[in-house]
Design a protein around this ligand. Structure first.
Ligand SMILES: Nc1nc2c(ncn2[C@@H]2O[C@H](COP(=O)(O)O)[C@@H](O)[C@H]2O)c(=O)[nH]1
Ligand code: MN
Length: 478
């Protein structure tokens, strides 16, 4: 059964609060006891009373009324919370948190609750990779009547694709040699971008085509050569075309500057504009959004194509003379994790078509989705399960960050060698020292917990586990 989230503030100091996840399991109906225990841990005070809005107290053994989403905890002093009727309007939307073992940051839950109060928002879903963003949370799906472009973020179309580089490499796979073969990937592609883009139904020209198409783009993006660590579902893996001995490539990148330019246009006059479904601008925005989504797919394919050209001599899989205008690799899956798409959803007994904004969430209705961990951990291929209603047809798109970038710059001297070779024996190509620190494996949550949480909640099951061999970030300094 779903859990609920309640904001718990200190009665004597309202700036101190935390998000409390209350399980709906029958064993835990003494909410007061649970709240006091958590509050003592979080606030480090001898909490002894729980107030509801207006000053009513929660008695021992009593459950919290269903609609209550804010409480105040005191140490015996009189109630100091808002008087009844003066609070900001309660959220009309539903909040579903899909978690269990995975760490969920209070700030991310608070951000998601804030999003849930936006007009037109009907359902917010926090996936186990949920973590705080600069304004809006990441690792979530937000179902609304219209569209909020800022909820998708600037990298419209960002996603992860998996390609087969070789079903059975003929030479031994040496991570260092493969890494040295990855050259020139940050330079603009020398082929015909117009011809490449035309394969994706794109006839438009943008300033980003020549400079950025076919480049990974550093930041949190990566391209990773992988082998298969474990096949969990043999039948499904065979259907997908994933073989135990194959060499595979994960590509995580997006629309580079194109998505950012679309968001900048939308937010020129207002930081979080809302586009209602009946507005004249609605279709205009969707046209731009769909363009960026297709451009990002074309970009992932071109990155994969260029990587194949770099490394194929190393795996002796030559002999393909396809023209340099289309992908000559087998693509296993490609899912977009920053986008907005329409889905039927039943929320509070009402079924309607809603626009599901995904900011770092994979779609659950498009077959197998990669769930990468970090450059130093395994990545998973997931089979979506269930009817998609509780999770708004969405899955975790990765492990999600455990620590923000700044928190990782501790000032301690870093041994670069430790960061360019991982515990799994893989090699990292990253010549930007800051990025090397910010994207270290410890920056991310445990992807196994993320996958287990989704399996537990019946939204996905793991099919295949991939092992990193070489992770490519960037050769040039930022
Ligand atoms: N296999 C790898 N996974 C990685 C790496 N760096 C990050 N990650 C995971 O990808 C997602 C992407 O999230 P996004 O919000 O940046 O789109 C992230 O949550 C990590 O779990 C890597 O180098 N290799
Ligand atoms: Mn991404």
């Amino acid at each position: 059964m779903p859990s609920r989230v309640v904001t718990c503030s200190l009665n004597s100091n309202h700036s101190k609060s935390f998000a409390l996840l209350l399980s709906s399991s029958l064993q835990e109906v003494d909410h007061r006891e649970i709240i006091l225990r958590e509050a003592r841990n979080k606030f480090r005070v001898k909490a002894s009373s729980v107030f509801l809005s207006g000053g009513l107290t929660l008695a021992a053994g009593e459950s919290l009324p269903e609609l209550v989403s804010q409480i105040w905890v005191g140490k015996g002093e009189p109630y100091c919370g808002p008087v009844a009727g003066t609070q900001s309007p309660a959220s009309n939307s539903e909040l579903h948190l899909i978690s269990g073992k995975s760490y969920l940051d209070d700030k991310a839950i608070a951000q998601l609750k804030t999003v849930g109060r936006l007009p037109g928002v009907v359902l917010t879903v926090g996936l186990p990779d949920l973590h705080p963003g600069s304004r809006f949370p990441i690792g979530c799906a937000i179902a609304a009547e219209g569209i909020y472009p800022a909820l998708i973020g600037s990298d419209v179309g960002c996603g992860i694709a998996l390609y087969e580089l070789s079903p059975r490499p003929k030479s031994t796979l040496n991570p260092s040699k493969l890494a040295s073969a990855l050259q020139g990937l940050d330079d603009p592609w020398s082929g015909s971008v117009a011809a490449w883009l035309s394969n994706y139904g794109i006839a438009r020209v943008s300033p980003f085509d020549k400079t950025s198409l076919g480049t990974v783009g550093a930041g949190n993006h990566f391209a990773e050569l992988c082998t298969v660590e474990r096949i969990i579902d043999d039948t499904a893996a065979a259907q997908l075309g994933v073989l135990a001995d194959g060499l595979y490539l994960l590509v995580h990148t997006g629309s580079r500057g194109l998505g950012g330019s679309i968001l900048a246009t939308e937010t020129a006059n207002e930081s979080n504009p809302y586009i209602p479904p009946d507005s004249a601008h609605f279709q205009e925005y969707l046209t731009e959004h769909d363009y960026a989504v297709r451009w990002a797919v074309a970009n992932r394919d071109l990155v994969a194509h260029r990587i194949k050209q770099c490394i194929m001599p190393s795996v002796q899989d030559v002999g393909d003379d396809a023209p340099d205008t289309q992908l000559d690799l087998k693509k296993i899956t490609d899912v977009t994790h920053n986008s907005v798409t329409k889905h039927p959803l039943t929320v509070r007994d009402t079924t309607r078509e809603l626009w599901v904004h995904r900011k770092g969430a994979a779609p659950a209705d498009q077959g197998v989705a990669p769930c990468p961990g970090s450059r130093g951990s395994f990545s998973w291929l997931l089979q979506p399960t269930g009817d998609g209603q509780y999770n708004a047809h969405s899955l975790a798109h990765g492990a999600g960050r455990r620590y923000g970038r700044n928190a990782l710059h501790t000032g301690t001297k870093i041994n670069k060698q430790n960061l360019t070779q991982t515990e799994l024996g893989s090699v990292v190509v990253c010549e930007d020292p800051d990025l090397l620190i910010e994207e270290q494996p410890d920056a991310y949550k445990d992807v196994t917990c993320v996958v287990e949480d989704m399996a537990e909640q019946g939204i996905a099951s793991g099919l295949v586990v991939l092992r990193p061999l070489v992770t490519y970030k960037v050769r040039k300094d930022r």
